[in-house]
Design a protein. Structure first.
Length: 120
């Protein structure tokens, strides 16, 4: 296994891990990102779907397909999170935690894209 393969697999598993938290323990995830329970189940449903199972399936798909384009696509998913977070930094205000999430999303996304689109 090459270094690029190792990084791809580790970042795919990290994606699955982060997604699993949103999917399986949405209340904990909501607490970490400052979301409030409004008394309906829609908030938890959204976290399970958009912050959870979506990332689990994206990471799993990249592992199953095991192709550079699949890992690059996973990078674009992370950059999508970074785009939303960056928008929030500009429009909603800045916090240290938000900057940390943004940096993580951009670094993971760009790493997957750059490593897997070289020569594509």
């Amino acid at each position: 296994m090459t270094l690029v393969d190792t990084i791809n697999v580790l970042l795919a598993f990290a994606t699955i891990g982060f997604g699993s938290a949103g999917w399986l323990v949405p209340k904990w995830t909501m607490q970490k990102v400052g979301l409030a329970d409004t008394g309906t189940t829609m908030g938890m449903s959204e976290v399970r779907a958009a912050s959870g199972a979506l990332f689990v399936m994206a990471g799993a798909a990249a592992l199953v397909l095991a192709h550079p384009i699949a890992y690059a696509m996973l990078g674009f998913v992370w950059l999508g999170g970074g785009l939303g977070r960056g928008t929030s930094l500009l429009v909603d205000g800045r916090t240290r935690r938000k900057w940390g999430f943004f940096a993580s999303e951009v670094v993971i996304g760009l790493t997957l894209i750059i490593l897997n689109l070289q020569g594509a």
